[in-house]
Design a protein around this ligand. Structure first.
Ligand code: ATR
Length: 281
């Protein structure tokens, strides 16, 4: 029930109407009996500055930030979490400190850590776009034995690797063409696909790796959550590998944001149940 002292958090993006975050967060607030409400705000790019200043003036507690504002919003904040600064994109704002965070990458790490640790593992990351960037800096923090970023546009992978190396988080990171993915996967413990291959409505895309090029000790994470079982995860299951579904990254990035705003441990079970219901899983 909204009342005179309800704390408001929300999502800014353009568009926002298909977001699963409102139902996930509102279910979590209800579960813990917290007097918070999560509201979506469709903010046109030209209105971003006034939206941030307005939100501060309205004593809004926090925002999630989505496309197309994740980069531009940084210039209106006073502080940035060190990793968000390295990534160069923010998906969470804490208005108490006017501070930006990036919980996307940590969401992926936590999803994988449900089934395996990352330390000392050989990790292959397919794709070198925004999602790959958020994930790669967090991966680097976990001290894997190797990170190989494979991309169609090899130059883009090279630039990302250069940035991660210059952060000094790790030196064990290299790039190559995605054409060579089969041989990299052969030596890998963990494969993370950050490309949109297989995303609805293109569910019948050709998988970036086939089951015959996977092995049963491999953990395969696809960050695409619609469909739940992408063509890549289907190949992983055929190979006897361990699938990590995209919904888990969505869940854990939300849980991290929740904890930043409320200071309370997120009720991930309720959040996951709500996400599954919203996604008809
Ligand atoms: P996001 O923010 O979701 O990461 P993005 O920044 O557009 O989105 O990045 C998409 C990534 O998926 C890129 O690495 C892209 O490769 P290129 O840099 O070569 O374009 C990759 N990608 C998109 N479609 C792909 C496909 N059909 N096969 C392989 N990689 C693909």
């Amino acid at each position: 029930m909204i009342n005179g002292s309800t704390n408001v958090v929300g999502l800014i993006g353009h568009p926002v109407e298909h977001s699963f975050s409102p139902s996930m967060h509102n279910a979590a607030f209800k579960k813990l009996g917290l007097d918070y409400a999560y509201v979506p705000f469709n903010v046109f790019p030209d209105n971003l500055k006034s939206a941030i200043l307005g939100a501060k003036a309205l004593n809004i507690v926090g925002f999630n930030v989505t496309i197309p504002h994740k980069i531009n919003v940084m210039k209106y904040l006073d502080k940035l979490d060190p990793i968000a600064k390295l990534i160069g994109a923010v998906n969470t704002i804490d208005f108490k400190e006017m501070k930006g965070y990036n919980t996307d990458g940590i969401g992926c790490i936590k999803a994988i850590e449900e089934v395996t640790s990352i330390k000392d593992k050989n990790v292959v990351v397919a794709g070198a776009g925004g999602a790959s960037r958020a994930i790669s800096f967090y991966l680097a923090k976990e001290n894997p034995q190797s990170i190989n970023i494979l991309n169609r546009n090899v130059k883009k992978a090279e630039l990302l690797v250069r940035d991660v190396k210059s952060s000094k988080l790790t030196d064990n990171i290299n790039f190559d063409s995605i054409d060579k993915i089969a041989s990299y996967v052969n030596d890998a413990d963990i494969l993370i696909d950050t490309t949109p291959v297989g995303m609805s409505p293109h569910i019948n895309d050709e998988s970036i790796v086939k089951s015959e090029d996977m092995h049963s000790d491999l953990v395969v994470n696809d960050i695409v959550y619609n469909p739940n079982e992408t063509v890549l995860l289907n190949e992983a299951i055929k190979a006897g590998a361990t699938p990590v579904y995209g919904i888990k990254m969505l869940l854990y990035q939300g849980a991290e944001s929740f904890e930043i705003w409320t200071g309370k441990e997120a009720p991930v079970d309720v959040m996951e149940k709500t996400l599954r219901k919203t996604l008809n899983l």
